[in-house]
Each structure stands twice: as structure tokens, then as C-alpha cells.
Design a protein around this ligand. Structure first.
Ligand code: MG
Length: 343
């Protein structure tokens, strides 16, 4: 028998975090703890209002799933996850929490770290980018200085002063940049002008330039764009992948959007079938969710797994970063240990 506990934790951000959609100082999430035969597995639900999720809707789904989880055999992962997805559509973050907690539990039972269970090599993790939120010139330059260990930066745009932001960045570093507009460019003409200008600023690609839901406009943009275009808000689960190949060059997958590791694995297979490049990204998450995602990175082209680095009171320790490269933990399961007084 498995025992499910649900608890909340408030992640305090090191700095105020601003993207095209809004600003936050903290993130308040649900967490799950599964216990079976004296072994514990943890999961995190980094819900996102962009996808209609809240602390309350996430909690409600976790309660809805309780009976299913508490009578499951943690070693029968595929069966459990299929049943979870059949309970209700959406609720990606809640499903992700249960998915990663089961993998944590099953990995600890078998004595293997997740990447080993998946048959991957810890030597093949990519370099993660480090994200710089929208801010004023001085704050941006200070953050870039503090991120000296990261050879690739992801710059958040979609503001009313995008060119000033890039100028502030380029005044202090010649590192490779990736740009994420977070749906912030509402007009095709503005978007193509920005992308052409960014192509001269040593930018590698542009993520979600325009609002999701209008593939013909993005297809036009790609036809004229000198830089690859990557979908993020436009893609949640495997059901979204096939149609995106007509407008995008790659997709940004996240465990929290997809509803867990198993769905991300499906999406990776589909993306390869359709010739799409793959980035593995994250929400602002603790080292628990980030470590779960990091185990999958040997399968993808780009990693953007820095959400834990933006937090001042991370309750977990797991994956680490050395000169941008993700270093996977060797402990069984996710390898993310609780380090503070979580309930
Ligand atoms: Mg993004």
C-alpha cells in the first residue's frame, strides 16, 4: 500500500521575477510525499495560471487521484500514469507531481537513479541556459555578472523596452543568447523586425515570439525569419506536437505542462518523428522538479533548467551545475533530498 501526503510550500524568489505576462516575488505550490514499505518518494506541482491552474485546482486533482495512487503498485508505473491521465484532462502540474513521486519511489526500490532506469548516460547532459527576467539596465547587468558560470543566457523579452534590454546585455557580455518573448509580440511586422535585429546580436533562437493559437502567422514568421523559432506556450502535451511542425523549428517541453516524465518521453519521440528540435524547460521550481527533468536531458538538444537557481529557500538539493553543465545526482530515484523543514 502507498500512503499519499499532500503539503504546501512557499518558494521565495531571490529577485523579483518579471516576464511579458507579469511579475512575481514568490511561488506557492503543492507537494506530494508517497510512502511505501518505509521508502519515501517526493513530487512537486509547479502549477501555472497560464494553463488555468491554481493551488486549489491542483490540490483538488491530487485529492481526486488519492484512491488511485494509494492502491497502486509503484513498480507498475505505466499503468498508474495511464489511469491518472484518464481521470481528467489538463492538471499537468498535479499529474507531474504524482508521476515524479512514483518514479522517485520506484527508483529507490530498485536502487537506481532515474537516468539509469531510463537507460541514459549522465555524461551526455547538455549545458543549461540561465534566464534573465525583464528589468532595468542596471539590474540586468548585475544579474549577468552574478551568472558568470553560465556560458548561455536566456533573455526574457516582450516588454516595451526590448532593444534597450539587449543593448544592456551586449554592453557587458558576448556570451550566446537565447531570447524568449513569452507571447509578447502581438504584431507580425513587429515580430519579424525584432527577430531580424536579434539575428545581428548573436542570438541563437527565439522562443514563443507571438501569442499561442495562431499557427498561420507563425508559419509566415518562420518563412521570413533568419533565426529558428521554438514553441513553448503553444505546446503542452503530445496532442499538440504534430501540428507545430508546420510553423516552428523546435519545441520547449516541460514536465509540468505535459503532466509528467512519461508524457515528456512520448513528446520527445513525436518531436523527433516530425523533425523538431527539443528544449527541456521548466517553471520556477525547486530542485525537486528541476532534478526530475534533468534526468531526461541526455535525450534533448537544449536544456533550460534554471528555475531552482532563482529561489532563495529551495527545500531540496539534487542536480547541480558546473560551468553550465548539468551534473546528475547518483542517488537512487530522483536523487533530490529534502534539506529543510518541509512538513
Ligand atoms: Mg518560454
Amino acid at each position: 500500500m502507498v500512503k499519499l501526503e499532500i503539503f504546501e510550500h512557499k518558494l521565495q524568489l531571490r529577485d523579483r521575477w518579471t516576464i511579458a505576462r507579469g511579475t512575481s516575488d514568490f511561488k506557492h505550490y503543492n507537494y506530494v510525499r508517497l510512502e511505501c514499505d518505509g521508502i519515501t518518494g517526493y513530487g512537486e506541482a509547479a502549477h501555472n495560471a497560464r494553463y488555468g491552474e491554481s493551488l486549489e485546482t491542483t490540490r483538488a486533482f491530487l485529492e481526486q487521484a488519492r484512491a488511485l495512487v494509494e492502491r497502486c503498485d509503484p513498480r507498475e508505473y505505466h499503468h498508474l500514469i495511464a489511469s491518472l491521465h484518464a481521470l481528467a484532462p489538463d492538471h499537468g502540474a498535479a499529474k507531474a507531481a504524482l508521476d515524479m513521486a512514483i518514479l522517485d519511489l520506484a527508483g529507490k526500490m530498485s536502487g537506481l537513479p532515474l537516468y539509469r532506469v531510463l537507460g541514459l548516460s549522465s555524461q551526455q547532459t547538455p549545458i543549461t541556459s540561465y534566464s534573465i527576467g525583464i528589468d532595468n539596465r542596471e539590474a540586468i547587468q548585475k544579474k549577468i555578472e552574478a551568472a558568470a558560470d553560465f556560458p548561455i543566457l536566456k533573455i526574457k523579452l516582450g516588454s516595451d523596452h526590448d532593444r534597450e534590454i539587449i543593448a544592456a546585455v551586449r554592453a557587458v557580455t558576448d556570451r550566446t543568447l537565447r531570447v524568449d518573448a513569452n507571447e509578447g509580440w502581438h504584431d507580425m511586422q513587429h515580430a519579424i523586425e525584432m527577430i531580424r535585429w536579434l539575428a545581428d546580436q548573436n542570438v541563437e533562437f527565439v522562443e514563443q515570439p507571438m501569442p499561442a493559437g495562431n499557427l498561420p502567422d507563425v508559419a509566415w514568421l518562420r518563412e521570413h525569419s533568419p533565426l529558428p523559432l521554438i514553441a513553448d506556450e503553444e505546446v503542452k502535451t503530445s496532442a499538440d506536437v504534430a501540428s507545430l511542425a508546420q510553423a516552428y523549428d523546435g519545441i520547449n517541453l516541460k514536465i509540468m505542462k505535459a503532466g509528467g516524465v512519461l508524457e515528456v518521453l512520448h513528446m520527445i519521440t513525436m518531436a523527433r518523428t516530425h523533425g523538431l528540435k527539443i528544449m527541456l524547460g521548466c517553471m520556477i521550481e525547486s530542485s525537486l522538479g528541476i532534478t526530475a527533468a534533468a534526468h531526461l536531458t541526455p535525450l534533448v538538444d537544449w536544456a533550460d533548467l534554471d528555475g531552482n537557481l532563482l529561489i532563495a529557500n529551495d527545500p531540496f538539493a539534487g542536480v547541480t551545475v558546473s560551468q553550465g553543465r548539468l551534473i546528475l545526482p547518483e542517488a537512487p530515484g530522483l536523487g533530490a533530498a529534502a534539506i529543510t523543514d518541509i512538513p
